[in-house]
Design a protein around this ligand. Sequence first.
Ligand SMILES: [Zn+2]
Length: 315
Amino acid sequence: MPSDPPSHPPSHPLEARHVLEFPGGYTRSTGPVIGRFLTELRDRRIVGVRTAGARVLVPPLEYDPDTGEAVTGEYVEVGPAGTVQAWAWVSAPRPAHPLDRPFAWATIRLDGADTALVHAVDAGGPKAMRPGMRVRPRWRDRTSGTITDIECFVPEVTMITAPIRTEYRVRPGAALTRFLERIGDGVLLGGRCAGCDQVYVPYRTSCPACGALIEEEREVADTGTVTTFAINNLPDPRAPEVPFVSAYILLDGADIPMIALVGGIPAHEVRQGMRVRAVWVPPEERTMSMADIRWFAPTGEPDADLSAGTPGGGA
Ligand SMILES: [Zn+2]
């Protein structure tokens, strides 16, 4: 059996160095069972053998290791994919190892097999290894009927990162156009439904509650009450530096809250019931968009009692 030549000098006077090697290789017969396994490998198939107890042994053996009985001689194609059961990470591969970069020796139970075989897994790093991970063989370009016809196993593809980019334009409808025109004037425009007496901000032309046409425009205050909020820790180019707060704000005179940024206060001090007022950007910088409101900042008034009903008061 070949072994790696000793690369270190003896460290003890009585230590001797030996190399056991069969130049040209050690020739042995495979026997029918292993021979069948290796022949199938050469054709890029992996087979196991069925035992009398109907288990499938991979690699196949001549005798059932549990009972000592001869196997049935029925061969079953398995895999080629399988599941990692356990592994040992090899951070410094030796010359005879199947890969020249760090890899794992793993026990892999191929689909359809009842036993695991040992093979190399090329996973990139030890953190990628986990029990239950799905792998499949990477075959060598040329096969010759040896276990190394499988260069190694590699993780199955379970995730991809696809480049995504969509460019599109949105044109506001009549109601939103009207709302944004007034935003440019520093006015929050709502609409009152004559059917159910609800005031909606932003302005819209049909009532989501009763379906009636909304024909009455109504300006609402730029003050309101925080009803719910979220502290955001993912950066957003349209928002202040993280952590920033987005909130539903029930404007005074409206019946439905509107989502907006909250600023001018540390994120952890924002609370439900907090009274806020819109901070408008200067008129010459306005763009007729929601960005015309920089954010809502605390007014300093006492908090509203949300449990007492509609804090802003409906129309
Ligand atoms: Zn209505």
